[in-house]
Design a protein around this ligand. Structure first.
Ligand SMILES: Cc1cc2nc3c(=O)[nH]c(=O)nc-3n(C[C@H](O)[C@H](O)[C@H](O)COP(=O)(O)O)c2cc1C
Ligand code: SF4
Ligand code: SF4
Length: 272
């Protein structure tokens, strides 16, 4: 029996959060049980562990980064989110190229953390890098499908029936990350790239520092990026003055390649 539903998500630019919250809300309505949201995007939320158990149904969502669960998040997820006896649903968003091995990675991770995983979904979302890929998605049609999927998975979890293996696509176990390519078809190396700040535009409001999932922007010097940058684009997209942007030539070449080759509408995948 399901008594509580949770949406747990890492979502720097908001699409995963919107998607997984919609899933939890629909499932909560379907089963008439309360739901709560746990946003683990900010470093503070990842200072603690989250243990779920019998009676819980957890919708766990992450973005796809380089065809996988974000590599700076995966070890924390594996160590800090457990589901002994809980039911679960794995959900990834991807920005119109491909989710590659992200969903199988999350699905296997949840299983090994003790969740009985009743559903798995890969949902198309606007690419964090550019509005040219999957603009406006997930749109209303996607969200309708997201809610239908969540209700199916919730009913299955609540039925107490067997938790069957799902045919999740991808390399199992995943072995490699997607290699970003440039417009010349060659690997584009921008691992060290960080956003630049136009100080003529920056008002010093501190929003970018408050929302960086890596805590890499010092509040007293928001023009700088210290430490790890996962290129999530939260600071670029949320800055009210449009002051932050990536200027690294290899990154820009990759972004251009994506717009040239992956603009067609990609399909969602729902497995239940
Ligand atoms: C660093 C990075 C790598 C990404 N890699 C992929 C990818 O391999 N395939 C893909 O289709 N989308 C990729 N995306 C797009 C994200 O999966 C997509 O924008 C997702 O919705 C972001 O979630 P959020 O809006 O909750 O932050 C990438 C985005 C970022 C920031
Ligand atoms: S959000 Fe934009 S304006 Fe505010 S401190 Fe950061 S860069 Fe400056
Ligand atoms: S500095 Fe990097 S990690 Fe931090 S919000 Fe900006 S793009 Fe994301």
């Amino acid at each position: 029996m399901i008594e509580r539903i949770y949406a747990v998500y890492f979502s720097p630019c908001g699409s995963v959060g919107r998607t997984v919250r919609a899933m939890a809300m629909a499932a909560s309505k379907e089963l008439s049980v309360p739901f709560a949201c746990i946003d683990v995007t900010l470093p503070k939320a990842r200072e603690q562990t989250y243990a779920f158990g019998p009676g819980d149904l957890v919708f766990l969502g992450t973005p796809t980064y380089a065809g996988r669960v974000p590599n700076k998040l995966a070890p924390w997820l594996a160590a800090s989110v457990s589901g002994k006896g809980a039911a679960g649903v794995s959900a990834v968003c991807f920005g119109n190229r491909s989710f590659d091995d992200a969903l199988i990675e999350l699905y296997r991770m949840m299983q090994s953390q003790g969740f009985a995983v009743y559903g798995a979904a890969a949902v198309v979302a606007r690419h964090a890098f550019t509005d040219a890929l999957a603009p406006g998605r997930p749109d209303e049609k996607d969200m309708e499908a997201v809610r239908t999927f969540a209700c199916q998975a919730a009913r299955k979890a609540a039925s107490g029936g067997p938790c069957e293996a799902l045919p999740v696509p991808g390399q199992d176990p995943p072995t490699a990350y997607y290699t970003p390519l440039g417009t010349d078809g060659q690997p584009a190396r921008f691992l060290k790239a960080k956003p630049e700040t136009d100080m003529a535009r920056c008002t010093g409001c501190g929003l970018c520092a408050a929302i960086c999932p890596m805590g890499s922007i010092p509040a007293e010097r928001p023009g700088e990026t210290e430490g790890i940058c996962i290129k999530c684009h939260a600071c670029v997209r949320m800055c009210p003055r449009g002051a932050r942007r990536f200027t690294d030539p290899a990154f820009l070449s990759h972004r251009q390649m994506l717009t040239e080759h992956y603009a067609r509408p990609a399909e969602n995948v729902f497995l239940v």
